[in-house]
Every structure is written in structure tokens, then in C-alpha cells.
Design a protein around this ligand. Structure first.
Ligand code: HEC
Length: 391
């Protein structure tokens, strides 16, 4: 017998809740128990029947969660009728939870493991019924929430906080960081605040002894943006969003920390699922400064190709990606600048809502004036739990 640590909550057995769900959960223990209970309760095959038999005792026939008085545990039951919560979780994560039990994604052991009693296919069918509880299809599904690249902005609206850093490894030296805060509203929208801050070496100041470089530091140009998913389809695996950002001149222009003018930045973001857990993302837009004496109009486009690899059957997700970044000032004769950015994103905790991504941004032209940079971010999907939850 596989060494699966399944301790279904015996205390969860209540007069009303003592249905096949728990029998199946108990069956997930030793082989003897399994045979006994599957004999006692023949496993149904329809998706609604599977759900009712295995899940409804705790999650409720309507998916909203059984009354606290009907279950004998403290844990709050999720409300699967709430689209805002239910649509953002991909099936794969939920099947993992149902197969292995709550702890595989940092949830409570009160969510039992069904892996020894029901096949992955049966669990997927129970999940198909669970998916009917949110009756609206305006909400983009979590499968379309592709791993965040270091630069290309993704199309999926998010509830996230991200700390991003870029460290120049050549030239005088600079460390540029930003805190990005994203929050969803409605089914398809998100707003975003970006607070940049950093330090840069401005070289040897006049009258100072050699070797004493001047570093300047401070906040940069704060950005406020909104994004809306215009089209999304799980069937075709695609999502397309339109976004607009205003970048405000809060950074000190003289120190090179800001542009000194408001910049409007509209852009499109597109995400596409590909076979074999791979994906493609694209972002293209323009930067339009209000004061063209201070900055030029600029166009940019970015593309990301990546894949997600799961360690073991249910473990950590590693997502290697490569980004190609291009930008060009919209003036006659200006060159296009290209960068290549290979990177690796990894989930840090069991819940997978805390992640790290590290990459190297390599300029493909003007390498004498444009430095190679090490980029990384630390990401926290705060909707899925606190920073210390789910490890
Ligand atoms: C014995 C009670 C019980 C049964 C039976 C049960 N669950 Fe659960 N389930 C829970 C509890 C409690 C949680 C909340 C765990 C937490 O929040 O830490 C949960 C959480 C979940 C989650 C995670 C939701 C999230 O927050 O992302 C999924 C998915 C899930 N259950 C699916 C199922 C499916 C599918 C079945 C039937 C095959 C099932 N459960 C049967 C008690 C149960």
C-alpha cells in the first residue's frame, strides 16, 4: 500500500454528514477498509452523483459548504458558489487537493484525500460538477493565469503584491526596485499601483577624491493603472486584456530617477495556453509623454515563451521562460533595442501563492552602453492567504 498519510477527520462524522463522502475518505486508508466501503457504497459514475456521494456531506449539495453545526470541525468551508474565489483556481490544483488531501496545497487535513478511493478521472468529474456552482462565465478561469514573467505584463487580472529588483552587473552600478500592488475588481478588472525606488552610481563628483563615487537614491515615477480582460476562453486557452497606465513625475528628474512629465501608457496583453503545459504571452503598447520636450514617444513589445514542470506528481512548480523585449523611440531613424531575458520561476510554498523568479536581461545591441542586469521578483498572491500560510 502506498505510503499516503491520510487521516480523515473521524470527528467530521456527524449524523447528517455520515455519507459516502466519508466512507470514501476512510476507504483511502488501508486496502481492507477500501474494499469494504466501496462494496458497501458502489461508486457512481455521473459527475453530479460523484460530487453528491463524495463531497456534498461537507461542501453542501449546493457547493456553499455545509452548516457549521452539520460538521464537527472548526475549519471554514470554502464557498464554491462564489465566482470570485472559485474561478481563479485551476482544476489541476483542486484535483491535487482532492487526490492528496488539503495539506498538499497547505490546507487543512480536514479536507481528506480521496486518491486511494477515487481515480483522478473520477475526481475530475466531481470537479466538473463543482464548477457548475458559479453560474457565471464572465470570470476568466485560473488556467489562464499564466506564470508571471519578469517584464511582460500578463493578461490575467490579479490580486498580487510583487517586489521586483534589477541589478546592473556592468558599468557604474545601479539597483532599481519596484513594489507592485494589484487588486481585482468585478469579474474582469484590476487596478495597479507601482512604486519604484532605487539607487544609481553617478560616478565621481567634481572636487571629490578619486574612488569616491556619488550614489543617488530615492523614489521614482509612481504609476497607476487599470486593466480589463476583454476576451477570455478556456476552450481556446486564450485571454486578451486592454490596459492603461498613468506614470506620474514623482521621481527626481535631476537625479535621473524620473522623467519629469506625466506619461500615458496604453497596452495590450495576450496569453495563450500551448500543449504540454507550455504557454505564450505577449504585451505591446506605447508610452506617450505629456511633455515631449522631456521624453519621446516610445513603442514597446514583449513576448514570453515558457513551460511549467511539476516536481514529483503534485509538488513544486518550476517554470522556465524566455522573454524577448523590444523598444523603439517613435522618431525617424531611431533604432530598435532588443533584450533577451531567460529566467526561472519557482513556487516557494505548498499553496503555490508565494513565488520567486530570477533571470538575466542581456542587451542584444548597444551592449557597450546598456548593461546586463540580474532581475528577480518575489511574488505574493495575497488573495490565497497570508505570507506565512500554506507552507
Ligand atoms: C470531511 C469533509 C470534507 C469532504 C468529504 C470533502 N471536503 Fe473538500 N474541504 C474540506 C475542508 C474542511 C476544506 C477547507 C480546508 C482549508 O481551508 O484549510 C476543503 C477544501 C477543499 C478544496 C480547496 C478549496 C480552496 O480553498 O482552494 C477543494 C478543491 C475541495 N475541498 C474539494 C473537495 C472535493 C472535490 C471533494 C469530494 C471528492 C471534497 N472536497 C470532499 C472538507 C471536506
Amino acid at each position: 500500500m502506498a505510503d499516503i498519510d491520510v487521516r480523515p477527520p473521524r470527528q467530521a462524522l456527524s449524523a447528517a454528514g455520515c455519507l459516502l463522502g466519508l466512507a470514501l475518505a476512510v476507504a483511502a486508508r488501508p486496502a481492507a477498509a477500501q474494499t469494504a466501503s466501496t462494496e458497501a457504497f458502489p461508486t457512481p459514475s455521473g459527475s453530479a452523483e460523484l460530487y453528491r456521494a463524495a463531497c456534498a456531506s461537507c461542501h453542501g449539495a449546493d457547493g456553499a459548504g455545509a452548516e457549521p453545526s452539520a460538521v464537527a470541525f472548526e475549519e471554514a468551508l470554502p464557498d464554491f458558489t462564489e465566482c470570485s474565489f472559485a474561478t481563479r483556481e485551476p482544476d489541476a490544483d483542486w484535483v491535487a487537493i482532492a487526490h492528496e488531501g488539503g495539506p498538499v496545497r497547505g490546507f487543512s487535513r480536514m479536507m481528506p484525500a480521496f486518491g486511494a478511493a477515487l481515480s483522478k478521472d473520477q475526481l475530475q468529474r466531481a470537479m466538473d460538477h463543482l464548477r457548475t456552482f458559479c453560474g457565471s462565465d464572465s470570470w476568466p478561469r485560473g488556467e489562464l493565469n499564466l506564470p508571471r514573467a519578469l517584464v511582460t505584463e500578463k493578461a490575467y487580472p490579479e490580486d498580487e503584491a510583487v517586489l521586483e529588483s534589477a541589478i546592473a552587473v556592468q558599468g557604474a552600478g545601479s539597483v532599481q526596485n519596484q513594489i507592485v500592488y494589484e487588486r481585482r475588481f468585478g469579474a474582469r478588472n484590476q487596478f495597479e499601483v507601482v512604486l519604484p525606488f532605487g539607487w544609481a552610481n553617478r560616478g565621481q563628483a567634481e572636487g571629490r577624491p578619486e574612488g569616491e563615487d556619488t550614489w543617488v537614491g530615492g523614489i521614482g515615477d509612481i504609476a497607476l493603472g487599470v486593466k480589463r480582460a476583454m476576451l477570455h476562453s478556456l476552450r481556446s486557452g486564450s485571454i486578451l486584456s486592454l490596459a492603461g497606465e498613468f506614470i506620474l513625475p514623482t521621481g527626481n528628474e535631476a537625479d535621473g530617477l524620473g522623467k519629469g512629465t506625466v506619461v500615458f501608457e496604453p497596452f495590450l496583453s495576450y496569453g495563450q495556453l500551448l500543449p504540454a503545459s507550455s504557454f505564450f504571452q505577449f504585451q505591446g503598447g506605447v508610452e506617450i509623454p505629456f511633455d515631449t520636450e522631456k521624453a519621446e514617444n516610445e513603442a514597446f513589445w514583449r513576448a514570453t515563451l515558457g513551460t511549467s514542470l511539476v516536481q514529483g506528481r503534485w509538488g513544486r512548480t518550476w517554470s522556465p521562460m524566455v522573454e524577448v523585449l523590444a523598444k523603439r523611440e517613435l522618431a525617424q531613424g531611431e533604432p530598435t533595442h532588443w533584450d533577451l531575458l531567460p529566467q526561472l520561476q519557482v513556487t516557494l510554498n505548498a499553496r503555490q501563492h508565494v513565488r520567486l523568479n530570477v533571470g538575466v536581461r542581456i542587451p542584444l545591441d548597444d551592449a557597450d552602453v546598456r548593461s546586463t542586469e540580474i532581475l528577480f521578483y518575489f511574488l505574493w498572491d495575497w488573495f490565497d492567504g497570508g505570507l506565512s500560510d500554506g507552507w
